[in-house]
Write a protein that binds this ligand. Structure first.
Ligand SMILES: NC(=O)c1ccc[n+]([C@@H]2O[C@H](COP(=O)([O-])OP(=O)(O)OC[C@H]3O[C@@H](n4cnc5c(N)ncnc54)[C@H](O)[C@@H]3O)[C@@H](O)[C@H]2O)c1
Ligand SMILES: O=C(O)[C@H](O)COP(=O)(O)O
Length: 438
């Protein structure tokens, strides 16, 4: 149970459709945190499980992603779901999530979730924007050296019993140029590490960003491709980054240069990359992410890149370190408990960010109204007309796109009025979800 609310309550309204006016009256019972069900997929950190269980929730945890049919079945009954990069929470899947309040992406990327649809259903999405950035940057540094020295191939040969001592086309990285595409959390960390190893760094980003250290901004992607000895991709999955690196871009890269992709699998045209590697135009590649990735560990991985020369293939492990997973587990699980127990949406990805200071535990008459509604004129007036009969201690509202979020702490002397307020607010035409925490 949240420390910030004296007693939390989660009456969960039905959200049959965006405009539905649900007049079904429910009995408002004081909250029992044991009612909250959480589904965790894809081997989310035990630290997160610990935090969610400590909050009193029922936690159902799986090490792998679920197939769509199983996911739809499981999501029907839960109030929170925790995923990593594999689980696709599409409109189709989320349309079955009748009780869902929040989604925790225990990773950086949120492209796997239909964020707009989730918001329209009042489902608040959280992620961990930078807890695994360092892990990715360190992996890329390792890969730069491995590629420059053809270490993947040498190691494989030795495991096959072949001694192959060569120096041809093996290089130091000192004085070489690293081109970073997407100069955000990971790209900037990587640039700092690369400079400390004596590399020159140029980067391209669609946003004007401050260059760190001695790094230089390029005017275009093509400039990076034509200049760098190593090109490392750190952009999110968006319509603009889909197949951002195809046959044309690979041809622009310098003869013998290397491509590294630890961003998203859709960013690189894998077939074109395989052709470039086999032709010898590229000197090698390190790929951590793929257009289609298996749901679980095990044999059967197929890719045109298998057995390409000097090509390092890793199973999407850029953020997979003990340190990163622990930090992500704490960050996202804490965000989920705060949202469920007190309504706080700070650091939400698809929601306006709102919070109110805690209700003192000695205050037994104040309840918190939490409401998500369509962002159209007149809704706040309707809510405040309802609350006008009570003393509103504090309130906050904000909007993001078509959806608005409202929180108010209201003193209610007669407990019977709690149900009245709840029913009146949720009966507003534009209501998406209403909760009363008491
Ligand atoms: N392999 C892994 O395990 C792993 C781990 C963490 C993150 N990632 C991926 O890496 C991506 C980047 O992570 P981050 O934390 O650095 O994100 P970020 O949001 O901090 O940085 C991304 C940068 O890319 C820029 N960008 C967006 N579209 C662009 C375009 N078309 N051209 C050039 N620049 C563009 C943005 O302006 C931003 O500066 C994530 O979105 C995620 O998909 C992968
Ligand atoms: O978006 C991310 O943070 C990375 O792609 C890592 O995803 P993962 O948690 O599924 O390994």
């Amino acid at each position: 149970m949240s420390e910030s609310i004296k007693v939390a309550s989660v009456p969960i309204s039905r959200r049959d459709s965006f405009n539905a006016r649900d007049t079904h009256t429910r009995y408002l019972k004081p909250f029992d945190s044991g009612d909250i069900k959480v589904l965790l997929l894809e081997n989310v950190s035990p630290k997160a499980v610990e935090i969610l269980k400590k909050a009193g929730y029922q936690v159902d945890s799986y090490t792998k992603a679920l197939d769509k049919a199983t996911l739809i079945e499981k999501i029907k009954d839960v109030h929170a779901v925790g995923i990593r990069s594999k689980t696709r929470l599409t409109e189709e899947v989320l349309s079955h999530a009748h009780k869902l309040l929040t989604i925790g992406c225990f990773c950086i990327g949120t492209n796997q979730v239909d964020l707009g649809y989730a918001a329209s259903r009042g489902i608040c999405v959280f992620n961990s924007p930078f807890s695994n950035s360092r892990s990715v940057a360190e992996l890329v540094i390792a890969e730069i050296i491995l590629l420059a020295r053809q270490l993947g191939d040498r190691s494989r040969e030795m495991h096959d019993g072949v001694w192959n001592k060569v120096s041809k086309k093996c290089y130091e990285i000192r004085g070489k140029t690293l081109g970073i595409v997407g100069y955000g959390h990971i790209g900037t960390q990587l640039g700092v590490l690369a400079e400390s190893l004596g590399m020159n760094v140029i980067w391209y980003d669609i946003l004007p960003v401050m260059p760190i250290g001695m790094s230089k901004a390029a005017d275009s992607l093509d400039e990076v491709l034509g200049t760098a000895d190593f090109v490392s991709l750190h952009v999110p999955e968006t319509p603009e980054t889909k197949n951002m690196i195809g046959a044309r871009e690979l041809a622009l890269m310098k003869e013998g240069s290397y491509l590294i992709n630890a961003s998203r699998g859709t960013v690189v045209d894998i077939d074109a990359l395989a052709v470039s590697l086999k032709s010898g135009h590229l000197g090698g590649a390190a790929i951590d992410v793929y257009p289609a990735e298996p749901l679980a560990n095990g044999p059967g991985f197929e890719s045109a890149l298998r057995n390409c020369p000097n090509t390092l293939l890793t199973p999407h492990i850029g953020g997979s370190t003990e340190e990163a997973q622990r930090m992500i587990g704490v960050e996202v699980a804490t965000a989920i408990t705060k949202f469920v127990d007190s309504g706080a949406s700070i650091n939400a990805v698809n929601f306006a960010e709102c919070d109110l200071r805690a209700i003192p535990s000695t205050d037994m008459t104040t309840v918190r109204i939490v409401n998500v509604h369509q962002n159209v004129p007149g809704v706040l007036r309707q809510i405040n007309n309802i609350l006008a009969n009570y003393n509103v201690n504090k309130q906050i509202s904000d909007s993001k796109g078509d959806v608005a979020y409202f929180m108010a702490d209201v003193t209610v002397d007669d407990p019977k009025h709690i149900g009245t307020i709840y029913e009146q607010v949720r009966a507003i035409q534009e209501n998406i979800i209403t909760r009363v925490l008491f």
